[in-house]
Write a protein that binds this ligand. Structure first.
Ligand SMILES: [Fe+2]
Length: 294
């Protein structure tokens, strides 16, 4: 074998060895580290309207926890435990649970152990349904809702709830899941006076945002995408070239992660907390999100 050919083969061997090592390390990181590396995101959301109307809600804080994905008969990831403990410590005015509590739609009592400390301490907790919460048998979604109610959680399935701050009230609107349920904004808002703008609209799937009237609410909260869960694209390309924009599955959406403004409605899409499908997270850390209205 000639010297030049031998050198080329050596370089090829080194390159393939390096790629294998890098791939192995990335896989180990995505499996063993990132799913447990909770990120706490704090955002300030400026209220619209006149100063007088805004003043009661300035400083109102909302914690958003989504996509828990607890497997049947398994303990939840300790990421979830830390996120709920941290929520309890922060004592927000409102806790919003964004759906997909159970990967296969079957109740796991581990969820009671996560939620009970919040409701027992007097925190207001509301919840909506995600697509995975419909994956069980026919009666399982009702069981999930009943159990959440018994824990003291207000489940909003095309319903609205009045929340109060300094003697003023506003509405939290919760919609049923976009794919597996039957979201109905008219039904959800039947208690609202004409022209009343809710403080929050919560929809598991972010796609519903395009069906809201223009300038309708202060904030829309969604999950569902897990930010792609495995997302090799770094910012600023992590949104535009996120695979979830191009998949042919029901997860396809134009709003894979983070902030968007659609027809004057601000939307935040959380990366969620749990894992779906692959037991991996890459460049899409689990998140607990806290919003403070200003
Ligand atoms: Fe999910």
């Amino acid at each position: 074998m000639r010297g030049g050919t031998r050198t080329k083969l050596r370089w090829l061997g080194l390159a393939s060895g390096g790629t294998t090592l890098f791939g192995g390390l990335a896989l180990a990181y995505a499996h063993y580290l990132e799913p447990y590396w909770l990120q706490e995101n704090h955002y300030r959301v400026s209220l619209s309207g006149k100063a007088g109307a805004k003043s009661a809600w300035q400083g109102y804080r909302v914690a958003f926890l989504s996509d828990l994905h607890i497997a049947p008969q398994e303990e939840p990831l300790n990421t979830l435990t830390r996120a709920f403990e941290r929520t309890l410590a922060l004592r927000p005015d409102l806790v919003v649970l964004g759906g997909d509590y159970f990967s296969r739609g079957q109740w796991n009592p581990a969820l009671s152990r996560l939620i009970s400390p919040l409701t027992h301490s007097g925190l207001l907790v509301v919840a909506i349904m995600g697509n995975h919460d419909y994956f069980g048998r026919r009666c399982d979604p009702e069981r999930i809702i009943d159990n959440l109610h018994q824990l003291g959680v207000k489940v909003l399935r095309n319903q609205a709830l009045q929340v109060y701050s300094r003697g003023e009230y506003r509405w939290i609107v919760g919609l049923d899941d976009h794919h597996r349920g039957e979201p109905n904004l008219t039904e959800a808002t039947e208690k609202l006076a004409p022209g009343e703008r809710p403080l929050l609209v919560v929809s598991h799937n972010p796609d519903y945002v395009s069906e809201l009237p223009p300038n309708y609410t202060e904030l829309v909260l969604s999950g569902h995408t897990h930010g792609g869960q495995v997302n090799p694209m770094l910012p600023p390309f992590h949104k535009r070239f996120n695979w979830i924009r191009y998949t042919y599955s029901s997860h396809r959406t134009r709003y894979p992660v983070g902030w968007y403004t659609i027809k004057g409605n601000r939307l935040y899409v959380s990366r969620g907390l749990g894992l779906s499908g692959l037991r991996l997270r890459f460049n899409s850390r689990p998140e607990l999100t806290i919003f403070e209205f200003i």
